[in-house]
Structures are given as structure tokens and as C-alpha cells.
Design a protein around this ligand. Structure first.
Ligand code: DC
Length: 669
């Protein structure tokens, strides 16, 4: 997951490959609650691991359910007839609507002493219609803040189930879902729910009904206006249940297949985990995408998408049946041949954020013309390539805003796109960007590389690692490659001298080296410590003076240049390996300063030495690295010099990050 402040997407061109999607949020949290309300154990497979499901699991544990988790499989030992714990319980619901609403209803009919609260945004999301419905049937619920909004206190109900229970259906379908899941707990007689107003988001009610049936509850319905839970209904665990992949998450990859041109002739995206027969309403996004030009084929558990019409065809569509996935259509509209109108989306205004306002604001930043109304959005793409803007996309703590705007990186003007707070995707798809990068290719040479070169002990390694972390970029420690090569050569009995050059180069070309977290593995063995010694550095310096060895390591170093970007640390990153890198830093510090720092480091490791010896060593290594025939240590012509003799590491990091920001087009966006 990217937990950086922002994530810069370089301009993207092609896409090809297969993605496995995480489980559906809506199905995951419904299944967890239904399992908790059933008697006995339910094994839930392919559960989504996200903020919302974590909130639900934590709440269920607090309520006394058994929860055993192993990867994406969770065994829930249901409460059945056991009442939830009698003590006062405070449940924190974060921003998880799919936990807040149904838990409120279930706990209100079961009764107890509960407090349910969330993040500030949760306290702005209306729940009054659900509370009204629950109060009508005798539940005891108090508002702890503003009337109509969480936080709530729930007490003991005195249930009256003889009258039909009215619930509004035109604000959020989650209210009806919440009642449908709570009332089977008390079905001592037929319980009737009447929907007041036109029911929105019907597909989510279909998911609820479908899952209720899997747990033994056969709800009867008359159209979408009246639902009856038959007398004697009782939750029964299905024993085990699989969670479908999230159809709304699929929308980004369906759009990707429709937008991206492939590097190869056969350009397609295959999505695993959800197919055309999905029980999720958002699967109908496929129809909308087809209307815009996507070519989609599907099987029971997969979809395959490729580009059809191009530019995409503008549409005018009632999106009430696909409220979440329709946000993706709003971004696809950027690539359409005319104005696209998405209608009947009033529910967008009460989601994680006011999504109509959010989408309008961010689409405009990219250069689109956008009109918004109470329940529609109308998007006209930028008129020409020159009208596209490099935009810094605000994401409003809304996973879907972050995910759908990543598709703007395919803009024909090859502008990068900055996604602020990328970690908000954790709500439903923690590894969204990793999945995106695994199937996309950047416009050629567009993957940014920051080179940090400089002499030994100048602090390059620390600086490079921190820059990479701040930007979410990959890291290449090229010195480690020379160190590992030297180690492998010595183990093979080779002298680190010219006569052995061809043999060492051959070793280097096939070096079985892998970087896993902080570890450096040589053929599976962790050699991180072995190569970090002073001697290891000197040996690396020796093999690095052999031209054939340097050549042998070029391809391996280039292979580190992957989306979304790279920070490369070494001696010749800017001069030889990545000569067109947009930022090259040459880091120096006086030999005295470097020797003092190294001395401190070694002393702290319990290695005794003197500053003078270290200084002499450093100078010898500098002399060798700078005087060798190939790729001698020197700043690239366009490198920015940074003497950090008197700078703290934080200051140096700030300095380089500022240089990097200055090179980005976003500051004016
Ligand atoms: O950065 P370091 O101390 O791990 O590097 C060890 C040696 O490897 C260094 O003395 C010179 C050599 N080296 C190189 O020649 N080119 C690089 N890009 C990185 C390191």
C-alpha cells in the first residue's frame, strides 16, 4: 500500500495482463454480520481485508463473537441465541457505512447498552431515517451529537412488530438493508417493511436478499415497495461461504481495458474473481462500458476487456443501478467524443464525500468542462490535447475518487497525475495502485528516476532511501550490486583483478540477487551484513573498476526502473545508467566529515577504529573510484550539488524533495 502524502502517476500508455481483485466490501461486511448473527461457525473465504471489514471484525469481537482470521479466510463463531455481551460497549465505526447501519439496526433490536461513533465524516452522514424506522418498532436509540446523525446510544427496546415498519428508500438503500438483516432476529410473527419513496440502489438490496437466502431467510417482496420477513425466520449458517470479488473495483480495470492501447497487438485486461453472473449490481457497469466502446467477454469468474471504439462514445445514462461504478464512467467521459451525462445519482451526495461536487471539481482541474446538478453530472472532455492540465487530485478520503482518477494518467497530452492521500484506497482495495502498475506501461521514458550519486560515506544511501519512501518509489542501491558481485567472485575463488575480469563479469551478468525489504539475498542467502563491512566496500570498489563488470550490471540496474518511479543511488547513476533522469543530485561532504560519521557508525556497532584510518581509507576509495577509466566518480553535467557536511539528514531530504517538487508541473494546477 502507498502510505505517502501523494502518489505521482507518470503518463501511462499501455495495459495488458491479469488482475485478481479483492473481495467485495458490500458482500464481505454483510456476510460477517450474518455469520455473527447465526448459530455456530461460518467459514468465510476470500474476505476483503480493508478498513471497513476491519471495523466490522473489531466490533464483532467486542460483541463477543469468536473471530479467527488466517489470511483472507475468517471463521466466525456466531452469537446465535447468545445475547451480545451485557456490559456497556463502545464501538468505533470509522467511516464504514456498511458496518454502522446494519450494526445499529441489529443491536437496536437485540437491545443492550451500546455507543456507536465514527470519524468526523461519519458524524455528517445521515442515519435519521433508519433511526426513525427503528424507533417506530420500539427500539431505544438516542443521538449523542446532532439529531439525525451518529454518534448514537442504543438501549433496551420494547418491540411492537404488529404494524408495517415504514423506512425511507430514497436516501440510502443501506437503511433497508440494515432492517432486513436485523428483523429476522425477532421474527416471532410476520414482519412487514414498507418502503417510503422510490427505492434507490436496488442492486444492493438484491445482494442483501441473495445473502439472506444463503443464511436461511426467505424474504418475500412485492415489487420494491413491501418486504415481509416470514414468522419463524431464523438465521442458519451455510457452513462456509465465498465472497465474490468487488464488481465496483472491477470497474477501474474494465475502464483501463477500454482506454489503454497495448504495447502488443493483443492488448487486453483480464479481471479474476467476478464474472457476468455476479450477484452485485455494479456488474452492470459492463453494459455501460460497452456502450462507451469497451469490448468485454466474460465467464463464470472472469472478465476480459479490450479497447473497441476510440475515442470512446459519449453516453447519456441513468446510473441509479450502478451508483459506485458510475464514478468510473465520469472519468471515462474524459476520453469520449462528446458530452456525457450521468443521471439519477443523488446518492453520490451522501457517500464518503459529496461525490458529485468532488468529481466535478477534480475533473475540471484536468481541463474538462463540468456541469453539476442535485442528481446529475455532465462532463465535456478537454477540447484539444493542449487543454489537458497536469492536476493534483484531491481525494476527500474517498477510495473511489482516488481509484477512478488514476485513469486520467492515460491522457493524450502525456501529463502526469498526482493523487493526494493515495492510502485512502485501503477502504476497499489496499493494493489498488500495485495492481494498476502490474498491468500498465508508462509512456516511453516517462518513469521518473532520481539519481543520487556521490563519494563513499556521503550519506547517499540514507538520503536515497528516505526520498524513495516519501515518494513511494522503488530504490536501487547500486553499490550493493558491486558489493554482492565482489562477494560472489571471492566465494568462487576469483581474484578481484583484471585477469579474472571475464569470469567476474559472467558472474555479474547472472547474479541471483534479490532485494526483499531491508534484506539483500544472494541465491536465497541473506548477505546484507556480509557485504556491509569496510572490506566489502573496498572489494566492491575493486570489481567496479573492471569495465566488463560494469557493462554486465547495466541491464540489471535498468530493470529497477519501474512504475511509479525510481530513486537510484551510486556513482554513475546520472552519468551512465540513467543519463536522461529528470533530477540528478551529487551529494558530497568533506572527507573529515564523512570519516567522522563513519567512525560514529562503527563505534556504535562496537567496531573500534580511528578517524584517521577511516579518512585515509575513504580517500583511497575516492581516488580509485574517481580515477578509473570507465564511469569514474564525477557529477553529471546537469547534477545539482549538495554538500551536506553541515546539514542534518532531514534538511538534506527536504532540500532534494523541494528540488523534485520544483520540477513537477502540479504546483500551478
Ligand atoms: O555505495 P557503496 O559504498 O555501497 O559502493 C561500494 C563501491 O562500489 C564503491 O566504492 C564504488 C562502487 N560503485 C560503483 O562503482 N558504481 C556505483 N554505481 C555504485 C558503487
Amino acid at each position: 500500500m502507498f502510505s505517502t502524502e501523494f502518489l505521482d502517476l507518470p503518463p501511462l500508455a499501455g495495459a495488458h495482463g491479469t488482475v485478481a481483485l479483492p473481495g467485495s466490501k458490500s458482500i464481505s461486511n454483510r456476510v460477517l454480520l450474518l455469520s455473527a448473527l447465526s448459530q455456530g461457525a461460518t467459514t468465510v473465504h476470500d474476505l476483503l481485508d480493508s478498513d471497513d471489514t476491519r471495523v466490522m471484525l473489531a466490533a464483532l469481537r467486542q460483541l463477543g463473537c469468536g473471530v479467527q482470521q488466517e489470511g483472507s479466510t475468517v471463521v466466525i463463531d456466531g452469537l446465535g441465541d447468545r445475547p451480545p455481551t451485557a456490559a456497556a460497549v463502545k464501538l468505533f465505526m470509522g467511516n464504514a457505512g456498511t458496518a454502522m447501519r446494519p450494526l445499529t439496526a441489529a443491536l437496536a433490536v437485540l437491545g443492550g447498552n451500546y455507543e456507536l461513533s465514527g470519524v468526523p465524516r461519519m458524524h455528517e452522514r445521515p442515519i435519521g431515517d433508519l433511526v426513525d424506522a427503528l424507533r417506530q418498532l420500539g427500539c431505544h436509540i438516542d443521538y449523542l451529537g446532532q439529531d439525525g446523525y451518529p454518534p448514537l446510544h442504543i438501549g433496551q427496546p420494547i418491540l411492537r412488530l404488529d404494524q408495517p415498519i415504514p423506512v425511507r428508500g430514497d436516501v440510502s438503500s443501506q437503511f433497508l438493508t440494515a432492517l432486513l438483516m436485523a428483523l429476522p432476529l425477532v421474527a416471532t410473527r410476520d414482519i412487514v417493511i414498507d418502503v417510503v419513496g422510490e427505492l434507490i440502489s436496488k442492486p444492493y438490496i438484491e445482494i442483501t436478499l441473495n445473502l439472506l437466502a444463503r443464511f436461511g431467510i426467505a424474504v418475500q417482496r412485492e415489487g420494491w415497495a413491501r418486504f415481509t420477513i416470514p414468522k419463524g425466520s431464523r438465521y442458519q449458517s451455510p457452513g462456509s461461504i465465498h465472497v465474490e470479488a468487488d464488481a465496483s473495483s472491477a470497474s477501474y480495470f474494465i475502464a483501463l481495458g477500454a482506454i489503454a492501447t497495448g504495447a502488443s497487438e493483443k492488448n487486453s485486461i483480464k479481471v479474476m474473481g467476478v464474472g457476468a453472473d455476479s450477484i452485485q449490481g455494479d456488474i452492470r457497469f459492463v453494459e455501460a462500458a460497452r456502450q462507451m466502446g469497451a469490448q468485454v467477454t466474460s465467464g463464470p469468474n472472469w472478465l476480459e476487456i479490450s479497447r473497441g471504439s476510440w475515442p470512446l462514445k459519449a453516453i447519456d445514462l441513468d446510473c441509479n443501478h450502478i451508483p459506485d461504478a458510475a464514478m468510473t464512467l465520469a472519468v471515462m467521459a474524459l476520453y469520449a467524443d462528446a458530452t456525457t451525462t450521468l443521471r439519477n445519482i443523488a446518492s453520490w451526495r451522501v457517500k464518503e464525500t459529496d461525490r458529485i461536487a468532488a468529481m466535478a471539481c477534480e475533473l475540471r482541474k484536468l481541463g474538462a468542462t463540468v456541469e453539476e446538478g442535485a442528481d446529475f453530472i455532465r462532463v465535456t472532455p478537454p477540447a484539444t490535447n493542449a487543454d489537458w492540465r497536469p492536476a493534483s487530485i484531491h481525494t476527500y478520503d474517498d477510495h473511489r475518487v482516488a481509484m477512478c482518477f488514476s485513469l486520467a494518467a492515460f491522457n493524450p497530452a502525456s501529463q502526469p497525475v498526482r493523487i493526494l492521500d493515495p492510502k485512502c484506497v485501503a477502504k476497499t482495495f489496499p493494493d489498488y495502485f500495485e495492481a494498476l502498475f502490474s498491468v500498465t506501461q508508462a509512456v516511453s521514458d516517462a518513469i521518473p528516476v532520481i539519481c543520487i550519486d556521490g563519494p563513499t560515506a556521503s550519506g547517499k544511501g540514507t538520503l536515497a532511501a528516505q526520498i524513495a519512501q516519501a515518494l513511494g518509489y522503488h530504490l536501487l542501491d547500486s553499490g550493493a550490486l558491486y558489493r554482492v558481485t565482489a562477494l560472489a567472485a571471492l566465494r568462487a575463488g576469483l581474484a578481484l583483478e583484471a585477469p579474472c575480469e571475464p569470469a567476474i563479469a559472467e558472474l555479474a551478468r547472472q547474479l541471483p540477487v534479490r532485494f526483499v525489504g531491508d534484506q539483500i539475498l544472494l541465491g536465497g542467502e541473506d548477505v546484507s551484513h556480509a557485504i556491509r563491512s569496510e572490506e566489502g566496500g573496498m572489494n566492491a570498489s575493486k570489481v567496479s573498476a573492471l569495465p566488463a563488470v560494469r557493462t554486465a550490471l547495466v541491464a540489471l540496474q535498468h530493470s529497477f526502473c519501474q512504475l511509479p518511479g525510481l530513486v537510484a543511488d551510486g556513482r554513475d547513476m546520472g552519468t551512465v545508467i540513467f543519463p536522461v533522469a529528470p533530477l540528478k543530485v551529487f551529494l558530497t561532504a568533506s572527507a573529515q566529515h564523512r570519516a567522522e560519521r563513519r567512525h560514529k557508525q562503527l563505534i556504535s556497532k562496537g567496531i573500534s577504529t580511528t578517524i584517521d584510518i577511516l579518512r585515509a581509507d575513504l580517500e583511497a576509495r575516492d581516488a580509485r573510484d574517481s580515477s578509473r577509466v570507465v564511469a569514474p566518480l564525477k557529477p553529471a553535467q546537469d547534477a545539482l550539488l549538495l554538500d551536506n557536511s553541515d546539514l542534518s539528514i532531514e534538511k538534506s531530504v527536504d532540500m532534494v524533495l523541494n528540488w523534485w517538487q520544483d520540477k513537477q508541473p502540479f504546483k500551478h494546477a
